[in-house]
Design a protein. Structure first.
Ligand code: ATP
Ligand code: ZN
Length: 306
């Protein structure tokens, strides 16, 4: 008999008296490509240890009831809809292009890119009406069609599977719709970006009909993901403040509740500890120095649970 199939390897050893079968959550991530490394890194930062199984289809975590399936990113929404995987990490672009019955649970903060329309640099582009009656080459026909419908433009959408950027140069299309990060690929192909139709990042998707046990595991994973994300957007800051300006300095630092203030050995000075958001970071640092803060230390935060 194939005991592997009927006996879960986790967590019986961790809980020998309990005979109930605890389910394992199945996650699909990209096998190789732009999302693979960051997806593995996120799981690791969530404290989940996974043996490197890139050459395998499937592997499992040693310290969390999780099975990891390595798939092409385009296939992930379908596998999650079918329940082969319960959840997946995949680009929003793929989720909306494939339009499967999956729920987007959380944005993951990596794999950021934009899907844009580009035309030849020599063209005079005076708005979306330029695209009326034109042929647009893309690997994302559904998203492009949706954009054209919203704008009330009739364009011929020509689906191709790769090297989209060469289509205008070889006379296959008047315009393209593709991913842009730095714009250098467009530039090298004599193109210019004229419209952004979607800003995308990696998201956590789930099958909408999961058991309570699986939902609990997702909640547990999500709790960790949120703590990791939060820590990336925040920095721990320590500084020395002259007591005369303490009030002003504290008012610049919100902290998680309020800043920690400790007396320094040198009288008339205090040490102030707080947490700063990345977005307002430089602004606040400038104001702190102007208010007399000294010896400012900024430290990355590994996890942040509020
Ligand atoms: P697969 O073999 O899994 O089908 P792929 O070639 O379709 O891989 P990648 O190029 O690895 O896909 O991109 C995967 C995802 O990474 C994209 O769908 C998108 O969400 C995201 N991404 C991030 N930056 C970029 C970029 N500069 N260009 C294209 N995609 C990007
Ligand atoms: Zn793909």
């Amino acid at each position: 008999m194939d005991y592997e199939k009927i006996l879960p390897s986790y967590p019986l050893s961790a809980n020998p008296q309990n005979s109930t079968i605890v389910e394992r959550l199945k996650i699909a991530i990209q096998k190789s490509g732009r999302l693979h490394d960051d997806s593995m890194k996120l799981l690791k930062e969530c404290g989940i240890e996974i043996s490197n199984g890139v050459n395998k289809l499937k592997t499992e975590a040693s310290n969390f009831p999780l099975e990891v399936y390595f798939l092409r990113d385009d296939d992930i929404p379908q596998y999650v809809e079918d329940g082969v995987a319960d959840i997946g990490f995949v680009g929003e672009n793929v989720v909306y292009e494939k339009n499967k019955k999956v729920e987007v649970v959380e944005q993951l903060g990596y794999g950021k890119c934009r899907l844009s329309i580009a035309v030849s640099r020599s063209e005079v582009y005076d708005g979306v009406s330029y695209l009326e009656g034109k042929r647009i080459a893309t690997t994302y026909p559904v998203l492009v069609q949706k954009f054209m419908d919203e704008k009330g433009i009739n364009a011929e959408i020509h689906e191709i599977s790769g090297s989209v950027e060469i289509a205008p140069g070889i006379g296959l299309a008047h315009a393209i719709c593709d991913f842009v990060s730095s714009g250098s690929t467009l530039f090298m192909n004599g193109l210019k970006e004229v419209e952004t139709i979607l800003s995308s990042q990696a998201v956590l998707i789930k099958n909408p009909n999961l058991s309570n046990d699986k939902q609990q595991l997702i909640d547990k994973l999500l709790f960790r993901i949120k703590a990791v994300k939060k820590s990336k957007n925040n920095k721990y800051i320590l500084l020395n403040a002259p007591n005369d300006n303490l009030k002003e300095i504290i008012s610049l630092l919100p902290g998680m509740k309020s800043p920690t203030v400790l007396p320094l050995a040198e009288s008339g000075w205090s040490s102030v500890h707080s947490v700063l958001n990345e977005n307002e970071f430089w602004d606040i640092i400038e104001k702190l120095t102007a208010a007399g803060a000294q010896g400012i230390l900024v430290i990355p935060i590994e996890k942040m649970i509020i």
